[in-house]
Design a binder for this molecule. Structure first.
Ligand code: LER
Ligand code: MN
Length: 277
């Protein structure tokens, strides 16, 4: 398993749940703290100079496993299930742009809150249908470029559609969209899933990436989740992917990022060959 930390550009909104802001400094800091990579939270493709970022991740021997899209939802007010057809067209365009960024880094692309809501007066079936139509167009494009899409269940206080891993897996099976994976976030699982460890093991064949934050969205070790038990569950089913730390920058970015990696390195040692000196 490898460990990443979520970062965003300098001007990212407070609603971006990232530890560091400012892409260049963040990559350097994450490398120095001993992370293996960074997850890039983007609003849209024009926010970043991919060549510059490529240079930096090579320099610091880092990887970008995932481009995350929460900002498209929180910052641009766009989501897949929007009743407004123009907004659906725009979200498809934005996602195609994010696929173009992801492909440069061999990264996956996440679908979190941006999947959208069950709108007032609409049924779950209507919402799923709209979600499926947008997803199909995005995934056709992503598949052609070799970029994997991953669906993240998010708790009921943030969204009212796909709140737990059971619902995520059911929908993945129902839609039959090729290459769509599951991306559990233990913060949301703690609120919505019957068992964090149980569902991580049960759905391991669907899982491509995992978000970590403690029960209060602080760094692991500063809330009441049992990360030893969670990591043991992932080890038991031979999970060999990424864990990404998506926590609040509290009490400040540096100490949150340091606490997270220190706590997790006691459970997931660093692969020495890859270490940045
Ligand atoms: C939001 O709570 C979250 O976990 C994000 O990763 C999804 O957009
Ligand atoms: Mn998350």
């Amino acid at each position: 398993m490898k460990i990443a930390v979520a970062i965003a550009s300098e001007n990212a909104l407070p609603s971006a749940f990232v530890v560091f802001r400012g892409i260049e400094e963040s990559i350097k800091k994450a490398a120095e703290l001993g992370y293996d990579g960074v997850e890039l939270a983007l609003l849209d493709k024009d926010q970043v100079d991919v060549n510059k970022i490529k240079e930096l991740i090579n320099k610091y021997n880092m990887e970008i496993p995932v481009i995350s899209s929460g900002q498209v939802f929180a910052g641009s007010g766009l989501w897949f299930t929007s009743p407004d057809v123009e907004k659906r067209k725009r979200v498809i365009e934005v996602f195609k742009g994010l696929v173009d960024v992801a492909v440069v880094f061999g990264a996956m692309l996440n679908i979190g809150r941006v999947r959208g809501f069950i709108a007032e007066g609409e049924t779950l079936e209507e919402t799923e249908q709209r979600f499926a139509e947008v997803l199909e167009e995005v995934s056709d494009y992503a598949n052609k470029k070799g970029v994997k899409l991953i669906l993240e269940p998010v708790n009921r206080y943030e969204i009212n559609f796909i709140n737990n891993c059971d619902q995520g897996v059911d929908l993945i099976n129902k839609l039959g969209i090729s290459g769509l994976g599951l991306m559990p976030d233990v913060f949301h699982m703690n609120i919505e899933d019957a068992s964090i460890e149980g569902n991580l093991k049960k759905y391991i064949d669907y899982i491509d990436y995992v978000h970590f934050a403690d029960s209060n969205r602080l760094a692991p070790g500063w809330g009441h989740l049992d990360f030893e038990s969670i990591v043991d569950a992932l080890k038991e089913v031979n999970y060999d992917g990424w864990i990404s730390v998506e926590i609040l920058p509290e009490p400040n970015s540096d100490s949150a990022a340091e606490q997270a990696i220190k706590h997790l390195r006691t459970l997931i040692p660093k692969n020495k060959e890859k270490a940045y000196e």
